[in-house]
Design a protein around this ligand. Sequence first.
Ligand SMILES: Cc1ncc(COP(=O)(O)O)c(C=O)c1O
Length: 360
Amino acid sequence: VDHWFEIINHEDVPSPSLLVYPQRIQSNIDSMLLMAPAARLRPHVKTHKMQEVVALCRNSGIEKFKTATIAESEMCARAGAGDILLAFQPVGPNINRLKILVEAFPQTRFSTILDNDFSSHELSCFFAHSPIDVWVDVDCGMHRTGIAPKFVPDFFARLETLPGLRVRGLHAYDGHIHAQDLAVREKEHREAMTPVLEIRSQLRSKDRTIEIVAGGTPTFPFNALLPGTECAPGTPLLWDAGYSQQYPDLPFQLAATLLCRVISNPTPNHYCLDLGHKAVASESPQPRLWLPQIPDAELVGHSEEHLVIRTALNLKIGTALYAFPKHICPTCALYDEAVAVFNNLASTRWKIHRGRALKE
Ligand SMILES: Cc1ncc(COP(=O)(O)O)c(C=O)c1O
């Protein structure tokens, strides 16, 4: 294994810590740009929640971003993003919070998604005097949010009668598609997106373009080939052990890891690391991380602050180790900041906007 991730000054970095590698993040942005031009990319910031990553995207010409929380939206606006889609239908007090945010950043084009008449009327009331862009959330098979394609034309027409809402297009997230086999994934993507594209053709007219924002990472290569479609992958920015194993066809590099240390050696083969489930995303079964320096590591116990592994290797207490999370997005959300590593040197700290409060 190429130990590109090791830092020279690890004595200066407490554990557990999240390390990010800006040069590799840049290379992931470059790879995304080889797949789709900047104008057709809307990377999801929920993966990293970091202003500096938004800045790297903007320096590469990417101006559109997708968010899942008001705090992420505010972070993007502060980073100067030109176009922010809050892809999470606002309800209750979050509608007013969105309005406050929109008013605080008049240079930014905000939008959100809608899938029902109740929410449409609520949003319409709040934005009656200064309209907001909205996307119809289409359920293309995941059955998490959205409405079935056949109901979209009527809903679309009803939205167009409401003050305060400017219908911009369709939002279709196909998070139910995760086949490893490229041909199977492509077939499932075609099945999911064909009805969405048909609805777009029905709605489109001479003087009305309908934009589509589609998918995440697994179907990014296929959405990238659909004209008039924006792509919204998030994970490629940092990449993770889960996606790198599941999608070897995708060209991205690991750009984040966790620094941890051996804290105890209770039996000759058992070692305890300071990487409990409060330090690495643990919504999935083990293995939740990959330890490239310990190829025979068996993960035998995981509690709040402790991770117990079994290995034939001889490790000293205090040894610094690197662990690649299976799922980077919820892992980032466990840290207040990441340590940016340049040329194997841990240097600046980047704030992770993991809270939910609006600063304004
Ligand atoms: C609505 C939406 N869009 C885009 C994404 C990004 O997908 P990925 O994590 O595969 O990059 C997600 C991920 O959960 C999502 O929920």
